[in-house]
Design a protein around this ligand. Structure first.
Ligand code: ZN
Length: 145
């Protein structure tokens, strides 16, 4: 199997079976971001306690890349300290812009599949949508304190 096919399969798997999809009951904050260029919508909700992201879920609709990236984002940051998550979001954006070496930050290493998106500059907005939403959501959670 070629690398491209493998990447495609991982993205389709997350698209069809999104991880951490839904609402967080009693969430600390939730925000919605849109990517009008593609019609993607992502809502991210977090529950923060003791400076840690206890729970994070997303919901929304849009292209496979936006939804798969959201699914991978939740797997990557769930259970992490808030400051780690903030750092990871920035790292992810830099990787997608080609400003730093791409590395999978999730335990499963499936994020590697998003590296393939870099070949399609218009789709990078789809890939970073959920991560930007997470960042806003964390800011909203800090203000809610
Ligand atoms: Zn999209």
């Amino acid at each position: 199997m070629s690398m491209e096919n493998l990447y495609q399969q991982i993205i389709l798997d997350h698209y069809k079976n999104p991880r951490n999809f839904g609402e967080v009951i009693g969430c600390t904050s939730s925000v919605e971001h849109e990517n009008p260029l593609c019609g993607d919508q992502i809502r991210v909700a977090v529950h923060v306690s003791d400076g840690k992201i206890d729970d994070v879920k997303f919901s929304g609709k849009g292209c496979a890349i936006s939804q798969a990236s959201a699914s991978m984002m939740t797997e990557t940051v769930k259970g992490r300290p808030v400051e780690d998550a903030v750092r990871i979001v920035e790292q992810f954006r830099q990787m997608m812009r080609g400003e730093r070496e791409f590395e999978a930050l999730d335990e499963a290493g499936e994020m590697e599949a998003l590296k393939g998106v870099m070949q399609f500059p218009v789709r990078i907005k789809c890939a970073v949508l959920a991560w930007n939403a997470l960042e806003s959501c964390i800011h909203a959670a800090e203000e809610a304190k």
